[in-house]
Design a protein around this ligand. Structure first.
Ligand SMILES: Nc1ncnc2c1ncn2[C@@H]1O[C@H](COP(=O)(O)OP(=O)(O)OP(=O)(O)O)[C@@H](O)[C@H]1O
Ligand SMILES: [Mg+2]
Length: 525
C-alpha cells in the first residue's frame, strides 16, 4: 500500500477555497519612518504585506506574511503539488481568470485528495490550497508582490540575496523573500521566461520580455554573467503613460492648449475632460498629470486601475465590489465605492484630486472638494458641455448650479476619422463663466479645433486668466507671457524628441525649480 493511503478521505467536508483578488488599497499613516509598522492585505486572507522599521539594521523593511505550514502540512503539499502537475493542463491556468482557475484547480485537487485518500482538515486544506494557487496560478513566492498595487519593481540579484522591491510610497525596501537554492531560482527564471513566451537557456542567457499583464521582465540565466547566479527584475507597471509630447505628436492637442492647461494646473484650476467612449479622455488626463508640481500630494480615485502617475507623492486608490448578495440599498458586503474613497481622500489633505471617471453620486463629494479649495481633475462621458451640465444637474447627481460653477474649464475630446485614419482630437476648451438656475451656462471658448484643416486656434483671451489675475494678483501680461514661453518650450521638447515619459517628467519637475535652466537647455528665447 502506498504510504499516502492511510485514512479515509474527508473531501466532502472541505469548504470552497476563497481569496479576495481585489484587496482594499491601504491608506498609509503619516508617521516618522522609524515608527512605521503597517500591515495590509495582498492575497487575503492568506498573504499580507508588513512594512516596519528594522531596529537592528536601521532600515525600513517589507515582509510578506503567509500562513506557516507544519511538517505534516508541508508533506501533504508536496504530494499534492506533484500530483497536480500530472493532472492539470497548465496552459489552462495561463488564461488566468481568477475564479475560473481556482474552481478548476480545486476540482482537480479534490479528485487527488480522494484518490490518494489523504486525510486533511478543512483548515489545512485551505492553507495548502493557498500555496497551490500561489505556485501554479501565480508566480510562486513572489506572487504576493505582484498583487501589491504599490510595488513598482521587484529585483532579485541572485541566490541567497534578499529580493528588493521599489514601493511607490516607501521606495527601496529589503524583503524577507530569498531564493536559497540556485536550481530553484534557475527553474523559476525559466518559468518566468515561459510566461513571457520566451526561452532562456545557457545558450541564450538574457531575457527581455513582458508578462501577459504587460509587466516588463529582465532576467539573466548563467553564473558567469551575474556571478551571483540567475537574476531577474520585474517592472510591474504595464502601460507606459503617454507624456504630453506624445499627445502633441499624435496631433491630439496643440502645444498652446497644453501650455494653457499646464498653467491652469499650476494655479489650481478645476478641469473636466469630456468626450465619447474611447475618445482618449483617460489618456489625456494621465498626460496632464505630468504638469502637477512635483512636491504636491496627489490622490487619485478610480473604478479600475488605469492611471499611472509619475509622481513620488501619489496615493492611488481603486474602488472594489463586495461579495455576496446586495442589500436593500444596492450594496454588497465589502463594497468600497468611489463615493467612499473620495470622502476618505479629502481627509488626507491632498493638493490635487484626480477622479478617473465621474459617473454618480461621487460627483457631489468631488464638487464639494473643489469648492473647499482642492483642485480636481476628472473625466466624464458626455459629448458636449451642455450634456455634461445636464448630467451634473439632474438625478442621480443633482448638483446645484452654483456648485457646478466651481468647474473652471471643460476639455472636449472626440474620436473621428481624418483621411480614413482614426484619430483623437481635443475639439475645444471651454471656460465656464457662470451657471444659473434655469438659464443654462455661459462660456468662453479660448481654444478650438478645425476639422477641415485639422488645426487648432487660440483667440488670445482667457476668462480663467482673469480669475487668476483677480484672486492671485498675477497680471494678465505676465500670464500671457508665461503662456507663450511654455508653448515654445513644449514645441522644443517635441522637436528635441522628448517622448520618454521619465525624461519628460524630469524636465517639467526641473522647470518648477529652475525655469531659466530648462529654457536655456532647450533653446527657448
Ligand atoms: N491621443 C490619442 N491618439 C491615439 N490613440 C489614443 C489617444 N488617446 C488614447 N488613445 C487610445 O484610445 C484608447 C482609449 O483611450 P482612453 O482609455 O484614454 O479613452 P477614454 O475616453 O478614457 O475611454 P473610456 O470611454 O473607455 O473611458 C486606448 O487604447 C488608447 O491607447
Ligand atoms: Mg476613460
Amino acid at each position: 500500500m502506498p504510504k499516502n493511503e492511510v485514512v479515509i478521505s474527508k473531501e466532502n467536508e472541505l469548504e470552497d477555497f476563497k481569496i479576495d483578488l481585489k484587496p482594499q488599497i491601504p491608506q498609509f499613516p503619516e508617521v516618522e519612518i522609524s515608527k512605521l509598522n503597517i500591515k495590509y492585505p495582498l492575497i487575503p486572507p492568506y498573504a499580507f504585506a508588513h512594512i516596519f522599521w528594522d531596529y537592528q539594521n536601521k532600515e525600513l523593511v517589507y515582509f510578506i506574511e503567509e500562513p506557516g505550514l507544519n511538517p505534516e502540512e508541508r508533506r501533504i503539499l508536496d504530494i499534492l503539488e506533484d500530483g497536480i502537475k500530472e493532472l492539470i493542463n497548465i496552459s489552462f491556468l495561463a488564461v488566468k481568470d481568477g475564479d475560473t482557475v481556482i474552481k478548476y484547480l480545486e476540482k482537480n485537487l479534490r479528485v487527488l485528495i480522494k484518490e490518494l485518500k489523504i486525510q486533511i482538515t478543512n483548515d489545512n486544506y485551505q492553507k495548502v490550497m493557498y500555496y497551490i494557487y500561489r505556485d501554479f496560478v501565480g508566480l510562486g513566492k513572489i506572487e504576493p508582490f505582484l498583487c501589491d498595487y504599490f510595488i513598482e519593481d521587484i529585483e532579485c540579484n541572485g541566490v541567497n540575496f534578499p529580493i528588493y522591491i521599489i514601493h511607490r510610497k516607501y521606495r527601496n525596501l529589503r524583503t524577507n523573500i530569498v531564493y536559497d537554492n540556485s536550481d530553484k531560482l534557475a527553474t523559476f527564471v525559466e518559468r518566468l521566461a515561459q510566461k513571457c513566451g520566451h526561452y532562456i537557456s545557457y545558450a541564450t542567457p538574457l531575457l527581455d520580455g513582458a508578462l501577459p499583464d504587460g509587466s516588463r521582465v529582465n532576467a539573466t540565466f548563467t553564473e558567469d554573467i551575474t556571478s551571483r547566479g540567475p537574476s531577474f527584475t520585474i517592472r510591474k507597471f504595464s502601460q507606459k503613460p503617454w507624456p504630453p509630447s506624445k499627445l502633441m505628436q499624435m496631433n491630439t492637442i496643440s502645444p498652446g492648449m497644453l501650455a494653457y492647461l499646464w498653467m491652469l494646473i499650476e494655479y489650481e484650476a478645476n478641469i473636466m475632460i469630456i468626450g465619447g467612449t474611447a475618445s482618449g479622455k483617460t489618456t489625456l488626463l494621465n498626460g496632464l498629470a505630468y504638469f502637477i508640481p512635483p512636491q504636491a500630494r496627489v490622490v487619485s480615485i478610480e473604478d479600475t486601475r488605469e492611471l499611472n502617475l509619475q509622481h513620488s507623492n501619489w496615493l492611488p486608490s481603486v474602488a472594489r465590489e463586495g461579495v455576496g448578495l446586495t442589500n436593500l440599498v444596492g450594496q454588497k458586503y465589502g463594497d468600497v465605492s468611489l463615493f467612499d474613497l473620495l470622502k476618505e481622500s479629502f481627509r488626507q489633505r491632498p493638493d490635487y484630486v484626480i477622479v478617473g471617471e465621474v459617473r454618480g453620486k461621487e460627483a457631489y463629494v468631488l464638487f464639494q472638494g473643489m469648492a473647499s479649495g482642492h483642485p480636481s481633475f476628472g473625466t466624464m462621458h458626455a459629448n458636449s458641455v451642455d450634456t455634461m451640465l445636464r448630467r451634473l444637474e439632474t438625478p442621480p447627481i443633482n448638483l446645484s448650479p452654483s456648485l457646478v460653477e466651481i468647474l473652471d474649464v471643460v476639455v472636449v475630446m472626440t474620436q473621428t476619422k481624418i483621411k480614413g485614419v482614426e484619430v483623437r482630437r481635443v475639439t475645444e476648451i471651454d471656460e465656464i463663466i457662470s451657471v444659473k438656475e434655469g438659464q443654462g451656462a455661459q462660456f468662453h471658448i479660448p481654444f478650438t479645433w478645425n476639422p477641415i484643416t485639422d488645426k487648432f486656434s487660440f483667440n488670445n483671451q482667457s476668462y480663467v486668466f482673469n480669475k487668476f489675475n483677480l484672486h492671485q494678483g498675477i497680471s494678465q501680461e505676465e500670464l500671457f507671457k508665461e503662456l507663450e514661453i511654455r508653448t515654445k518650450l513644449l514645441i522644443n521638447l517635441y522637436k528635441y524628441g522628448i517622448f520618454d515619459y521619465l525624461e519628460f517628467r524630469n524636465i517639467i519637475n526641473e522647470y518648477y525649480k529652475d525655469p531659466m535652466a530648462i529654457l536655456k537647455r532647450f533653446n527657448v528665447k
